[in-house]
Design a protein around this ligand. Structure first.
Ligand code: SF4
Length: 366
């Protein structure tokens, strides 16, 4: 008879300080022990419980029996230190996630950052099936645990040798479909006892899950919100983003009003320009009106080809024409011009190639 494989131990990176305090008290330890544990994990960055030398041996054994310090192993890296780098991390169940590091001094998301930005995944695969996206191609496998989200940041810092000071949840998956684990990860990333990354330096991007946007608006953290809009009308969004049938633009914008009211912050609209689909000047006009109503910033991103998909990017003249409609309407807007930043539509491609090669999933190009 086949025995069921043992359940893997939870990642130590998935607990907040309150969780550690609760754990410590439940094991007849003081709160102070919880503080020592997080200090070893995030400040001293130890790789094993044995290195936590100011904890008693029995306590270290207890930790070893209940948790793992899950430094995600890198399966593949593409790019180099001063360019966009993609890391493919292996999870405990053999599945893969992709994490992308964008170096400092590179235009990203409409600004020039002097800090390293990391594009993090929130799920393995994605159920939302946006028609232009590699991550949606092979469907949804599972949510990432908070410890696996935090583990990507720590793994990328170790692999690249750079500290991450900006995070965008724009990798594989729909972050708001994994809201509980996302919120926990945000707390650990932001906390002074954790990775100490400023809330304003973290952007959550969603395809438009309106009720979850309203829930996210309630968390007491000034994180930023980006909407993968990619179409200014229901007609266009319906064609390329099935989520729009459930939450059409009117419902999405109601949620954005809640966000604006609670956070007093601008949102960003991400708009991938796809030839013949959403790049018409009529769309630019409607997009400009919508952005003005919301006082939103717009990031235009020329489409990057995805293996197995037929879409293509409009030529530069058409991209510039689209941009100028927005600019002349007074919208704060950027057009990503540099090459090599294939982190949007192409995100998820590396994982697809590797999982297909390893036989974890069937070829999606078939
Ligand atoms: S664009 Fe985002 S929400 Fe849409 S399929 Fe890709 S990962 Fe999922």
């Amino acid at each position: 008879m086949n025995e069921k494989p043992a359940k893997p131990l939870p990642s130590a990176y998935g607990l907040t300080l309150d969780d550690w305090i609760e754990w410590a008290l439940a094991h007849d330890q003081t709160k102070f022990r919880a503080k020592q544990i997080v200090e070893w994990l995030y400040i001293k960055r130890v790789a094993s419980f044995d290195e936590m030398t100011n904890l008693s041996q029995p306590l270290r054994e207890l930790l070893k029996a209940e948790f793992v310090i899950s430094r995600l192993p890198v399966v593949r890296t593409t790019g180099s230190q001063d360019t966009t780098q993609k890391f493919l991390f292996r999870l405990h169940d053999g599945r893969l996630v992709e994490t992308v590091k964008i170096p400092a001094n590179v235009h990203f998301d409409g600004g020039q950052s002097d800090r390293v930005t990391l594009c993090v995944s929130s799920q393995v695969g994605c159920a939302y099936a946006c028609q232009f996206c590699a991550s949606g191609l092979a469907g949804f496998t599972r949510n990432l645990e908070a410890g696996e989200i935090v583990g990507q940041v720590i793994g990328a810092e170790i692999a690249s040798g750079d500290a991450v000071r900006n995070i965008v949840f724009m990798g594989m998956g729909e972050p708001l479909a994994n809201l509980t684990q996302l919120t926990k990860a945000l707390e650990i990333l932001n906390a002074h006892w954790g990775l100490n990354i400023g809330a304003r330096q973290m952007t959550v991007s969603t395809s438009g899950l309106a009720p979850q946007i309203e829930k996210l608006a309630l968390i007491p953290m000034q994180i930023r919100l980006a909407i993968s809009l990619h179409g200014a009308t229901d007609e266009v969004r319906d064609q390329i983003m099935p989520v729009n049938k459930k939450y059409p633009i009117k419902r999405l914008f109601e949620a954005l009003e809640v966000w604006r009211h609670n956070k007093k912050q601008k949102v960003t609209f991400e708009y991938i320009l796809i030839e013949g689909v959403n790049d018409g000047l009529d769309q630019a006009g409607v997009l400009a009106k919508r952005a003005r109503t919301m006082n939103a910033k717009v990031n235009l991103i020329p489409y990057n080809t995805v293996e197995g998909l037929d879409w293509s990017r409009p030529d530069e003249e058409r991209q510039e024409a689209f941009l100028s409609v927005l600019k002349s309407a007074g919208v704060t807007c950027t057009l990503r011009r540099e090459k090599g930043h294939d982190i949007d539509a192409a995100c998820g491609q590396l994982r697809l190639q590797e999982e297909t090669a390893e036989g974890i999933i069937a070829s999606v190009a078939e």
